[in-house]
Write a new protein. Structure first.
Length: 283
């Protein structure tokens, strides 16, 4: 069996502030240690359950946080950004299951540690068919499009309700209890790792029993993105097919969730370009 493990940062144990998740700060070393240990633990647990090939998709920021040299020899590590399907790369290549670890709540969830959706710079809110969408939900839909069920999610307590509502077959492992956007009560790392191992065992059993299902939306998808600044929406209007809803909001009618996903990525990159131009003009 083959599993794809997508690992983000903000939902990991011990992580609570921006200096830990941005490479230019010294506290980023804390994230590297934690994420690498979590990746190794998840891979080992999956291997013990009969997964002969485990892919770890390093899915935070520049997507180069996991320490490559520490990965087991049955692990393929996907590193680097500007890659197809961003946080779930290569999901179309035939996986039996997906696991999302270190995930967090959608932008706008109250008192949720480091809440955002894809880009805290660009997006105030992302909606799929009128519903606020988290990175978990969007990535689960992409996996489901290719017939891959999400069997386990691990992150802060605020994400748990959404995961159990949308994918009730998935195991959920709590890494911390959110107090605000920049504070949380942390589970001890070793306890979290034990819980993760046990969660993988339960998830693998459900997969073997056939109770895990791909999460799917059939047909067209309406994507709405609320930008953080009006100039971002101004720039987004350049994209063919983008409809301006109001000062901050744009809408796109996609053929399917994969096209919607690509538009989300494109809009994030457009905002980076806008910010780069603003920096040059102010300098």
């Amino acid at each position: 069996m083959r599993a794809l493990v997508s690992i983000d940062a903000e939902g990991l144990p011990g992580i609570y502030q921006f200096t830990q998740v941005v490479p230019k700060y010294s506290a980023f070393s804390e994230l590297r240690k934690v994420m690498t240990e979590v990746a190794k633990t998840a891979a080992d647990a999956l291997h013990s359950e009969g997964f002969t090939e485990v892919w770890i998709a390093d899915s935070h920021g520049h997507m180069g946080t996991v320490v490559y040299e520490e990965m087991p020899d049955y692990v393929k590590l996907v590193r680097g950004f500007l890659r197809p399907l961003s946080m779930v790369p290569c999901i179309s290549e035939g996986f039996d299951a997906a696991l999302f670890i270190g995930y967090h709540s959608a932008a706008g969830v109250e008192r949720s540690v480091l809440d955002h959706t894809y880009s805290s710079t660009a997006f105030h809110e992302v909606r799929i068919n009128g519903e606020r969408a988290s990175e978990f939900y969007i990535n689960a839909l992409v996996a489901g499009h290719y017939g891959v069920p999400v069997i386990l999610v691990a992150g802060d307590d605020k994400l748990r309700e959404e995961v159990l509502r949308r994918t009730p077959w998935a195991e959920y492992v709590v890494a911390k209890r959110s107090l605000s956007r920049i504070s949380a009560v942390m589970e001890p790392l070793q306890k979290f790792l034990r819980d993760l191992k046990e969660g993988v065992r339960r998830a693998a059993r459900k997969l073997r029993e056939g109770s895990a299902k791909p999460l799917k939306i059939e047909g067209a998808v309406t994507l709405e993105v609320v930008m953080r600044h009006t100039e971002y929406a101004d720039a987004a209007e350049v994209v063919p097919g983008i409809e301006r809803v109001d000062a901050y909001t744009v809408r796109y009618s996609a053929r399917d969730v994969i096209e919607a996903y690509k538009v989300i990525e494109a809009l994030a990159y457009i905002v980076l370009g806008v910010e780069s131009i603003k920096t040059r003009l102010s300098g």
